[in-house]
Every structure is written in C-alpha cells, then in structure tokens.
Design a protein around this ligand. Structure first.
Ligand SMILES: *Cc1c(COP(=O)(O)O)cnc(C)c1O
Length: 486
C-alpha cells in the first residue's frame, strides 16, 4: 500500500486506524530501506513477515509478474506449476545475462536487485567472519568444486603457458577433480608429519616451483578447512612464495567461514603475500541446501573477471536461500552460531578425549585444526583393517552420520592418479583413526548421543572382533567415498 491507497482506505476505516496501519507498514519499510542503502547484513534478524514482504516486492518488479505483460520471446519466465512458482517466490528469471552472471537483467529488476544485495550482504558477512580487507565476492550457483574450476579457467587466459597446479595434498575428491576438469595437471605435494599433525611442506612447494618454472604453473591451490589430522595449509608462507614467484594463489576455504582461525589465515596470507581468490561452500557455512558457493577476493577486478567467465544465466535459488537465511539470522544470529560452534568444538574435544582414554586410544593432538578431530583406532587396527571399516558401518547403521573412519594404507585411484593411504592425506599415516567435526549448527545433544553410540560400538567391536556382518556397503556422508565392509 502506498500513501494514495492509505488515503482511499480512510473512506472505509477510521483515519486514525489507517494511520496506525500505515505506521505498522513503515516499520517494515524502514528495515528494507536500511538494507537497500547500506547493503549490509542487518544486526538483528528480520521477522518472516518482513522478509516475505520484501520478496514479494522484488518479485513484482520482474516482467513475468507484470499484469499487462505479453511475452513473445523464448525466455519469458513462464512456469507451469504454481507450486514451483511459490517455491521461488515468483522470482523466475534467475540471475545474470548471457555474458555475465553479475550483470543486470533488464527483464528482471527485482531478481537483479536480489542478486546485487545478496553479494553485498555476503561480503559483509565475510568481513565480519574475519577477512576484513576482502573487496569483492559473488554467489555462484555451483558447489565448491565447480567454483574452483571456474577460478582455474579464468586464470588460464592470463597464463597461457601454464599447465600445472601446485596442490598440497588433501584427500577430498572434488577439489582434486576441480583441477582435472579445468584441464590442468595437479602436482601433489605430500604433507609432512609434525607430531600428530599433517602440515604443508613449504620447502617441497618452493622446490617444485623452481623445478617446473613459475610460468608453467597456473597457480598454487591451497586448503584451509580439512579433516584432522591434516591441518589448514600454511597460508602465510604459501602466499609469500606466490608473491615472490608471481604465481596466482587460489584458496579452497570449503567450510572455513565458520572458523575464525581459517578466516584469519586468509586475512594474514593476503596481508603478507598473495591470495587471488578464496572459495567457500554455501551449504557448509550457512546452513542452506547444497548448490552454491561464494568466490571472493582482494582484487575486485579479478573477481569480476571470474564472474564474466561464467557462460550464461544462472539459478537465483542459492542466492535467494542465503539472503533469506542471513536476513532471518541477522549478523548477531550468525555470530551466535559461530560462537556455539566453537563451544561445541571444545565440548566434543574433551568428550572424545575422555572416551579415547577409557578405550586405550588417543585423541590425536591437532591443535591447528579448528573444526575436525581425530581419535586413534590402534587397538582395532592391530587386530585388522576390516575391524576399522566395520566400526564405520556400525556407526552408520546406528544413525551416526559424518563420523568417518580411516583405515591404514587404503589405495585409491582418482582420475589416473593413485593415492596411497587415501583419505588420510598421507602415504603412510602411523595409525587408523576416526574423525568427528564440530560444524556450524551442531547441538550439544549431537555430541552427547554421538559419544554414547561410539562408546557402545567400540565395546561391541572389541568383544565381537569382526563378527558384525550386517552392512555390506556404506557411503561416507562427507567424502562420498564408498567403503566396503565384508
Ligand atoms: C566440500 C569440500 C569441497 C567441495 O565439495 P563440493 O561438493 O564441490 O562443494 C572441496 N574441498 C573440501 C575440503 C571440502 O570439504
């Protein structure tokens, strides 16, 4: 309702009441105005009614919702199912134009506004989470692996001779495939064992750069968030090397936004050396459905170049989901989730340590990993490897998801590259172990129930040796790797 309509309403309802109604509406509109003017995540979360009002206002700015529209083009935002239209708040045009995912779409002012606002709000959150000097970012409706591919493909044009990517090893298939899909040859740098931790071998990285020649290297592809006992890469040292040899540096920050330590590493790396872009998952950091990632960086024009590499238009759903989420949580709600995650990490860590002690195992000492923990499975392992994988299936059938058991020395070939000790980030990690993570949204109850069920499973598997034969095949929810337990 605008002023004119409020005026007309006064013919039907007492003017005083209408005024009050108008005031009520104004409350919502002041929030919208602050968002449009500042482009920042509101400190306090919005009520659902404000968010819905806002989304409806955006939708009626798009041509598919114009009352008098007559479409004679091949892309008119027609939707056959009302259910589908409502699922998308009638924002049907998506984002971008054929040439650029960040470009404004003339047929869809509302969707374009949504896209710009989302990128701006997300940028604000990245700053709040610790990368204060980030200058540009955009949401891309592809998961992390494909978004990394897009970064590599953008670099290809700047470094036509390059065919290698230097990659400190992390046993996660999508980040490996992101390089293969882009047409590059990953140069795997094995990690070094320091205490229980697996850390970046800086000397080996530099030696490889010298051996291959800087101009033949597309970039260094490093990782922050990862499964223990690997820890985030030494970003500062890598960033310094990249600056020294004038080699681009792309950081896989898959679930690192939720950790102030990972974000601090990126901030520091950019301060002392070179980081060209860092990529993070929407679902892993913002509790939205799988489907999007954020590509961010310190040189706004490079980030824009990446967005221009995206061929064609794109789904607005990931942007819409993350915008709704951040408006509902507000900056304070997101900060609260980060705080709770950190507390749950300590809680999980001490609980797992106690449990390990009672089972004659050890919580591996991995102080540089802020999210994932690992507990040794020496006693099971000494019996046999089958017992270790079996523990994995036992947990899975008892509805523990995300816990990941890693036997010693499993070999796996990914795109013709054979990894010894696959899943463990190392050719020969000294023991088998079990991972658990404290990720955003985890509740105390998740930890309590997990520890109770793990305790039971460990007791059972010691008693029964390898008698449990219920599950033949499980699929680890984190890695997508299939483990065969016979
Ligand atoms: C999740 C994740 C990825 C990317 O996986 P997508 O399914 O493409 O989002 C890459 N590396 C690590 C370490 C991850 O955790």
């Amino acid at each position: 309702m605008n002023a004119e309509n409020f005026g007309s309403s006064e013919r039907l309802v007492a003017a005083a009441y209408v005024r009050q109604g108008a005031q009520g509406r104004r409350g919502h509109e002041l929030l919208l105005r602050a968002l449009l003017e500042q482009g920042k995540c509101p400190e306090d979360g919005w009520d659902e009614s404000t968010i819905e009002l806002f989304l409806h206002e955006l939708a009626i700015m798009d041509s598919n919702n114009f009352l008098g529209n007559c479409g004679v083009g091949e892309r008119e935002g027609r939707v056959a199912s009302g259910l589908v239209a409502r699922r998308h708040y009638r924002l049907i045009h998506g984002i971008g134009r054929s040439g650029d995912i960040s470009a404004v779409q003339p047929k869809a002012a509302g969707s374009s506004l949504l896209n710009k606002l989302t990128n701006s709000v997300v940028l604000d959150i990245i700053k709040l989470a610790g990368v204060r000097t980030v200058t540009n970012c955009f949401v891309v409706p592809m998961a992390t692996g494909m978004s990394l591919t897009l970064c590599f493909l953008t670099l290809r044009h700047k470094r036509p001779k390059a065919k290698y990517i230097i990659w400190p090893r992390i046993d996660q298939k999508s980040c490996f495939k992101s390089m293969i899909t882009a047409g590059f040859e990953p140069v795997v740098i094995e990690n070094v064992l320091e205490g229980d931790e697996l850390r970046t071998n800086i000397e080996a990285v530099e030696a490889k750069i010298k051996a291959l020649g800087a101009e033949n290297i597309l970039c260094v592809h490093s990782t922050t968030s990862c499964f223990a006992p690997r820890v985030p890469d030494r970003l500062e040292e890598l960033a310094v090397i990249c600056a020294k040899y004038d080699i681009p540096h792309i950081v896989n920050n898959a679930y690192g936004v939720q950790s102030s330590k990972c974000m601090h590493l990126i901030q520091q790396g950019a301060r002392v050396g070179r980081i060209d872009a860092f990529v993070q998952s929407l679902d892993k950091n913002f509790m939205v459905p799988v489907g999007g990632a954020i590509i961010a960086g310190f040189d706004a024009s490079f980030i824009q170049e990446i967005s221009k590499m995206y061929p064609g238009r794109a789904s607005a759903s990931p942007s819409l989901d993350v915008l709704i989420t951040l408006l509902s949580l507000g900056a304070s709600g997101y900060k609260q989730l980060l705080k709770e995650r950190k507390e749950m990490f300590s809680y999980l860590s001490s609980g797992l340590k106690k449990l390990a002690d009672t089972h004659n195992e050890r919580l591996l000492d991995t102080p540089h990993n802020p999210i994932s923990l690992a507990m040794s499975l020496k006693n099971l392992d000494e019996n046999n490897d089958v017992a270790v994988t079996q523990l994995g299936s036992m947990l899975f059938t008892r509805q523990v998801s995300g816990a990941r058991v890693v036997p010693c020395g499993s070999v796996q070939t990914v795109n013709n590259y054979t990894f010894k000790g696959f899943m463990s980030h190392s050719n020969d990690y000294p023991c088998a172990y079990l991972n658990a993570a404290s990720a955003i949204g985890i509740k105390k109850q998740d930890v309590d129930v997990f520890l109770k069920r793990l305790d039971k499973c460990l007791k059972t598997s010691r008693k029964e040796g390898n008698k449990e034969k219920t599950v033949n095949e499980i699929c680890d929810s984190n890695t997508g790797t299939e483990q065969l337990a016979k």
